[in-house]
Design a protein around this ligand. Sequence first.
Ligand SMILES: C[S@@+](CC[C@H](N)C(=O)[O-])C[C@H]1O[C@@H](n2cnc3c(N)ncnc32)[C@H](O)[C@@H]1O
Length: 242
Amino acid sequence: MRRLVGVGVGPGDPELLTVKAVRVLREADVVLVPVMAPDEQGRAEVTVWAHVDHGRVQRVVFALNDRGGASPRREAAWNAAADTVCGAYDDGATTVAFATLGDPNVYSTFSYLAQTVRGRLPDVGVDTVPGITAMQDLAARSGTVLCEGTETLALFPLTAGIDRFREALRVFDTVVAYKGGRQLPEVLAAVEEAGRLDDAVYGAHLGLPDEDVRPAAAVTGPASYLSTLVVPARRSHRGGKL
Ligand SMILES: C[S@@+](CC[C@H](N)C(=O)[O-])C[C@H]1O[C@@H](n2cnc3c(N)ncnc32)[C@H](O)[C@@H]1O
């Protein structure tokens, strides 16, 4: 049976892949990695190179940071990537793996690719291998506990808007912000307004050579797309949220 497997490769550190992810990548007939442009090195690509022969890795261009919704550019990229997957099956591949940053079921281009391929070839089986998310990596690198006891945890994409982010800060205990690099000053102002800036931590390019992890209060100006913010729950004493 032909299979398409979305493999989570973690946020960037080549040691943060599961044993299963490495095995699936090595056993696949073709390994695809998303890149933003043909001449740009992909983050998932570099991580994959640490475990798989370069020769077996094929790049597919995606509008990874496009902010225009299901834009024609994005649709064209999903279709072109699906062409590559279908072409691999035509050339005799049985298993095509698609490496994606973090987890394939958390804001990943893999969902759109899988839907497109299944639309064309309904017999293709789709699986995923979970990966460590940027949220978890930042928690570990900054020594931040994400949630305890009855605390709630929200993963918030800033593309959903700053007003909903303010609401999340009111409603949830721990709030993690993704995709907010460009609007970081506005995001941090909202965190400060909520009186929650002191414990917040920021991490950019986690696991990559230019990694930057620091208290959010020490960050100024806009940041890269590959940045994450954790606003932890307020805690007073051990076990207080049980
Ligand atoms: C499209 S989402 C991908 C999420 C990913 N699938 C996951 O499970 O973490 C992209 C967002 O993830 C976060 N992110 C992914 N990799 C990161 C890294 N190495 N350092 C910091 N943030 C990262 C950033 O907030 C970025 O805007």
